[in-house]
Design a binder for this molecule. Structure first.
Ligand code: CA
Length: 561
């Protein structure tokens, strides 16, 4: 993640944290009572009902490795970590005494230390690993099968969160019928593309928000040729585009490929039931021809292939671009910059366009932040479920404000980076939007949680004239990107990448080269130095680079799952 995007995410989480004090209280005493009751949940008697929230009595020890990421780096000390409210609560409320075996600083160091531990066969009782490391672990006897632990100890709240986007998160942690890890889920839908448009320019030009690729072409041409900013200069670009236009985020073209039923860099199921690589399917030709037309007619920047997304995004701050295809958060960065410089500007996120009158399907992929593995032979594997239940109850349960703030509120609360295990709710942000809409309609904020109330207050400031807070309206507000997200969800439009396993053997060695060949060919076609007429030649080149073998492996994975 590059610096400026990172800054945005830091900002979003800082906002999340800084507003937590504001919301109203509710009660959660039932859990407290149960926890303090010291009910021993590890009973193996079959007729004893399992209490998934019960405290271990006597307490148990659980060893972990602590990876200090960039977001924690600034104020991290070992002492602070060991005395944080998380570690204390795990001990006092769950009866789980966390014992760190090591500390690493930086993402790479953390990954490397974990890989070395896995290779040496000597791992802590609980580890959080990547998809790749999980695949390596699946070939060892280092893990515990957590199938029953999940079944018996995950609360219904936790199960709802882990399966919120279907069973693929659990399936991605299942090897040979064994659930070898609990997936620490994150949101897949929040990665979808939108068509961001300068609505103020469309209004001025008397054009509707484009729904089809034809309407988009018309609108792009109009903003370039009809001087929508009225400065008398021929200085407007139609569509913001960067050299990595197949990477989701900002100034990308994925949403345009999806408009033509093309799904680059994902695995889609063909008519014969086999998985095929979206970048090599003929549907991409229509998207490439479309982009080539925009390029040839001067509607996208001549030098887009030399610009990364941040560089391409400078067009937004300069008020020189009409359209951007990118993520739900673009309303914060970079599009807030347009508002800062041009108070009358009005970016709105629309669903991506479609080649016909059927809505397009935005591509998304499974998003698991960490796979939580329990060491084979560890006596209390259900500890992982209790840690995650604790997290889900605190975040998404009926938690008193004061309790929530202790962990996730403003400083000195440590925040979520200091946890040992967590799973995010996929539709958290969408629900925030829906609840905010209701709250503004009813003029009643009593149903909002702390995070949502913070957004509410910022949107209200924007409505009262503070343009610096436009970004909250543009993402979470009634007119925000989640309005279009809700259309995606309501109409069940998402196209999920069908491959969600760890990299297969050939994939590990070849996929980067294959992806490089894809972006090179696509770029050449857009810029007119190659042609869609050479598409079949391009596909056979990809097969020579290893795509054929990768496809076989992916289908073997698919057949085995
Ligand atoms: Ca102009």
């Amino acid at each position: 993640m590059n610096y400026r995007k990172q800054k945005v995410f830091t900002m979003v989480s800082a906002v999340t944290l800084s507003i937590a004090l504001l919301a109203g209280c509710s009660t959660n005493n039932a859990n407290q009572t149960t926890n303090n009751g010291g009910n021993n949940s590890v009973s193996t008697e079959t007729n004893t009902p399992i209490d998934p929230m019960a405290k271990f009595d006597p307490p148990i020890e659980l060893t972990v490795g602590v990876a200090i990421g960039d977001a924690m780096a600034d104020d991290f000390t070992e002492e602070k970590w060991e005395n944080s409210v998380w570690i204390k609560a795990y001990r006092d409320e769950l009866g789980i005494i966390i014992k760190p075996l090591w500390y690493t600083k930086g993402t790479d160091a953390g990954k490397q230390k974990m890989s070395v531990a896995i290779a040496s066969g000597d791992i802590p009782d609980l580890i959080g690993v990547s998809t790749e490391q999980l695949a390596t672990l699946s070939r060892t006897n280092l893990y515990t099968d957590l199938s029953e632990v999940y079944e018996n100890y995950a609360t219904s709240l936790t199960k709802g969160i882990i399966t919120e986007e279907g069973n693929s998160a659990l399936e991605s942690a299942t090897f040979g019928g064994k659930l070898i890890a609990i997936p620490g889920t994150n949101s897949a839908i929040d990665g979808a593309s939108f068509l961001w448009a300068r609505q103020d320019w469309l209004d001025k030009l008397g054009l509707p928000a484009p729904k089809t690729t034809d309407e988009l072409y018309t609108a792009i041409k109009a903003v370039v040729e009809q001087d929508p900013d009225g400065n008398g200069k021929d200085d407007t670009v139609g569509l913001m585009l960067n050299k990595d236009f197949l990477s989701p985020g900002l100034a990308e073209a994925i949403g345009l490929f999806n408009a033509f039923d093309a799904y680059p860099k994902t695995w889609v199921r063909g008519e014969d039931g086999k998985l095929v690589y979206g970048s090599a399917l003929p549907e991409v030709k229509d998207a490439l021809s479309y982009l080539n037309k925009l390029y040839t007619e001067g509607l996208i920047e001549k030098d887009f292939a030399a610009k990364d997304s941040n560089k391409a995004a400078e067009l937004a701050a300069a008020g020189r671009v009409g359209f951007n295809i990118g993520a739900m958060w673009n309303g914060m960065f970079p599009l807030q910059q347009t508002k800062d410089n041009f108070p009358d500007s009005n970016w709105l996120a629309n669903p991506i366009v479609s080649k016909d009158d059927q809505p397009a399907n935005p591509q998304i992929k499974l998003n698991v932040e960490n796979y939580y593995v329990m060491r084979s032979g560890y006596e209390h594997p259900e500890a992982i479920m209790k840690l995650i239940n604790f997290w889900t109850e605190l975040n998404y349960g009926d938690t008193p404000q004061e309790e929530y703030d202790k962990f996730l509120g403003p400083a000195p609360a440590p925040g979520h980076h200091w946890t040992v295990a967590k799973a995010w709710k996929a539709q958290k942000n969408l629900q925030a939007h829906l609840k905010l809409k209701e709250a503004f309609k009813a003029g009643d904020t009593s149903k909002l949680n702390a995070e949502e109330k913070g957004y509410y207050d910022n949107i209200q400031k924007y409505k009262d004239g503070d343009n610096a807070n436009a970004q909250f309206e543009k993402v979470f507000g009634e007119t925000g990107s989640f309005k279009s997200m809700n259309e995606y969800v309501t109409n069940n439009l998402f196209k999920m990448d069908e491959f969600y396993g760890a990299s297969t053997d050939v994939m590990k060695n070849r996929l980067k080269t294959i992806e490089q060949a894809v972006i090179e060919y696509y770029t050449k076609v857009i810029m007119g130095s190659d042609s869609v007429n050479n598409f079949e030649k391009f596909v056979s080149q990809l097969n020579q680079l290893g795509l054929e073998e990768v496809t076989k492996e992916v289908n073997d994975w698919d057949a085995a799952k």
